[in-house]
Design a protein around this ligand. Structure first.
Ligand code: NAD
Ligand code: MG
Length: 300
């Protein structure tokens, strides 16, 4: 196993001198196998310490990117996982499932389009059926379209996909999951640096992430008395399929180069924040907060 400093060094080696990656484009939602270079999800580096032993986590967007790194870390910490993803991502989901099984943990593959209310409504029940319960809900699925030049060109189709995937589905899925959660359970939402420092090309996406921050603190207020914690992680620029699938290909050359650390992050570098927030022992008094994993950009 590599040490933590090896992981950071490896991550830094994978980016070009501008902090970014070779020009490339995919069609959304994008696949890991088509990325150059392949992201680091902690496959070789993440070492678990039993911090989530016996927990059962439902991870949306669990097939790839940040969701895959979280699935690997959770499994190595002793949690079983249910992965939600789109039908077209079956290949990625199977790869993630193999990595979870290699850690001797149970994994459930639960494909479905979260833009459909019934899919969100049924997902928690499917996870309970497969794993025996749900203790952690990770609302991580998301969509953006950064190829829009401005508000006048914003297409209804993209706007609807961004608002429904990032926000409405999060409400639907959380509403259906909360009745299944016990005291000590938690909800972790994936927000973004875009909530604090919005890019003009991500007008709609940034607005959903700001709303997710608000949702996080407000729901923490509601569920605190039931012993359920609600938190969020705000990643900065991270090398995942979302980027080649939704950015102009050449923009990736400098992707992440404007952060204080001067490079994009790898999914493996984001996962530990979710482990901490899910840990009933370590984060027992942490609720209603957002942890930034931004390469140095401010999250306030
Ligand atoms: P990713 O493409 O690997 O993950 C996004 C996942 O969302 C997809 O794998 C897909 O399974 C899921 N998804 C999208 N639409 C869906 C739908 N309609 N139904 C079901 N699932 C759907 O990319 P990622 O970067 O790991 O994204 C994970 C989260 O991180 C997203 O919420 C994203 O907004 C957020 N984020 C990413 C970055 C970054 O730079 N990569 C930065 C900040 C926040
Ligand atoms: Mg994916």
């Amino acid at each position: 196993m590599a040490s933590t400093s090896d992981v950071a060094a490896a991550a830094a080696r994978k980016v070009n001198e501008n902090g970014g990656f070779p020009t490339q484009e995919q069609t959304p939602p994008g696949l890991t196998g088509e990325m150059n270079p392949r992201p680091d999800h902690g496959e070789q580096s993440y070492v678990g310490h039993g911090r989530l032993r016996g927990l059962r986590a439902l991870i949306t967007g669990g097939d790839s990117g940040i969701g895959r790194a979280v699935a690997i870390a959770f499994a190595r910490e002793g949690a079983s996982v249910a992965l939600s993803y789109l039908d077209s991502e079956e290949e990625d989901a199977r790869e993630t499932a193999e990595l979870v099984r290699a850690a001797d943990e149970e994994v459930a593959l639960l494909p479905g389009d979260l833009m459909q209310r019934t899919v969100c409504g049924e997902l928690p029940g499917r996870a309970v059926q497969a794993l025996g319960g749900v203790d952690v809900l990770i609302n991580n699925a998301g969509f953006q379209m950064a190829r829009t030049p401005g508000i006048e060109e914003l297409r209804d189709e993209d706007l609807n996909r961004v608002l429904t995937t990032n926000l409405q589905a999060l409400f639907w899925l959380t509403r259906a999951t909360v009745p299944l959660l016990q005291r000590g359970s938690s909800i972790i939402n994936t927000t973004s640096i875009q909530a604090y420092e919005p890019s003009t090309t991500l007008l709609d996406y940034a607005a959903t992430k700001a709303a997710i921050n608000n949702f996080t603190v407000n729901l923490a207020g509601e569920l605190g008395s039931r012993g359920i914690r609600v938190n969020a992680v705000a990643p900065g620029p991270i090398w995942t399929p979302l980027q080649p699938a939704t950015q102009e290909g050449e923009h990736l050359e400098t992707f992440g180069g404007d952060t204080p650390l001067g490079r994009a992050g790898q999914p493996a570098e984001v996962a530990p924040a979710y482990v901490f927030l899910a840990s009933p022992a370590e984060a027992s008094y942490v609720s209603g907060t957002v942890i930034g994993v931004t390469g140095g950009k401010a999250v306030f």
